[in-house]
Design a protein around this ligand. Structure first.
Ligand code: HEC
Length: 216
């Protein structure tokens, strides 16, 4: 099992720094402390690949499938070898961006939507509930340069990976039917720039384009 098979990424310098695939963005899994998984210990990576969840994240989309069909069946020695390898992969070394100001119009509009629609599960401080609702604070998906997967999860909802170790699968409801393009952009701009997160704002145009691609 080479780590490459986890992402299919194979572009030299871009290796494991994430990429867009079938309207999902595979997150950066280098040891970059902001955009990557630098804060995950080897055991956290093993738990994620074995069970689909750890104290930081719950797998969704193609990653949940990869875990279900493949990594959950690997033995512990292989998982530990991959995790140890990933801990050694350096990120691009770029510093974290400056977060969008809390007083920005998109941020205040996004905060109101977040408190109304999202905080029941993800909690007002963004930390979620261990193994049930993923934390949105300081995670690589949320801080990634490309917001495709985040927009997609909010528009379509998502069901977490079910594995023998974690048979119950919490679900994220879809908001595509009751949030406008601007609402989705604002709430995600708020999520990407709160609680220690910092990432480029999401635009209504990006939401509109993905909505069109998904219904095609
Ligand atoms: C009923 C509970 C619930 C509500 C309400 C909810 N979520 Fe979620 N959310 C989840 C669950 C469960 C997952 C994990 C789904 C998966 O792994 O496939 C999730 C996943 C996510 C993710 C992906 C996180 C990651 O690291 O992959 C994002 C982003 C997200 N939610 C944002 C939101 C936003 C924004 C709102 C409000 C508009 C919201 N959620 C409302 C339960 C909820």
């Amino acid at each position: 099992h080479t780590p490459k098979s986890l992402t299919g990424a194979d572009k030299g310098d871009e290796f494991l720094r994430g990429g867009n695939l079938q309207s999902w963005f595979a997150p950066n899994i280098t040891s970059d402390p902001h955009k990557g998984i630098g804060s995950w210990a080897t055991d956290d990576i093993v738990a994620y690949l074995k069970t689909g969840a750890n104290r930081f994240d719950i797998a969704s989309g193609p990653m949940a499938e990869a875990i279900n069909h493949s990594t959950r069946l690997w033995d512990d020695a292989d998982l530990t070898a991959v995790a140890t390898y990933l801990k050694d992969v350096k990120g691009d070394g770029a510093p974290a961006p400056t977060p969008v100001a809390a007083t920005d119009a998109a941020m205040t509009a996004g905060k109101a939507i977040y408190l109304d629609r999202c905080s029941a599960c993800h909690i007002s401080s963004g930390v979620g509930q261990p193994s049930l609702f993923p934390t949105l604070a300081k995670t690589p998906t949320v801080n990634g340069t490309d917001p495709t997967s985040l927009i997609r999860v909010v528009l379509e909802g998502s069901q977490a990976a079910s594995t023998a170790a974690k048979p119950t699968t919490p679900a994220m409801p879809s908001f595509g039917w009751n949030l406008s393009d601007a609402d989705v952009a604002n709430v995600l701009t708020y999520v990407r720039n709160s609680w220690g997160n910092a990432a480029p704002p999401v635009t209504a145009g990006q939401v509109k384009d993905l909505r069109a691609a998904l219904t095609r």
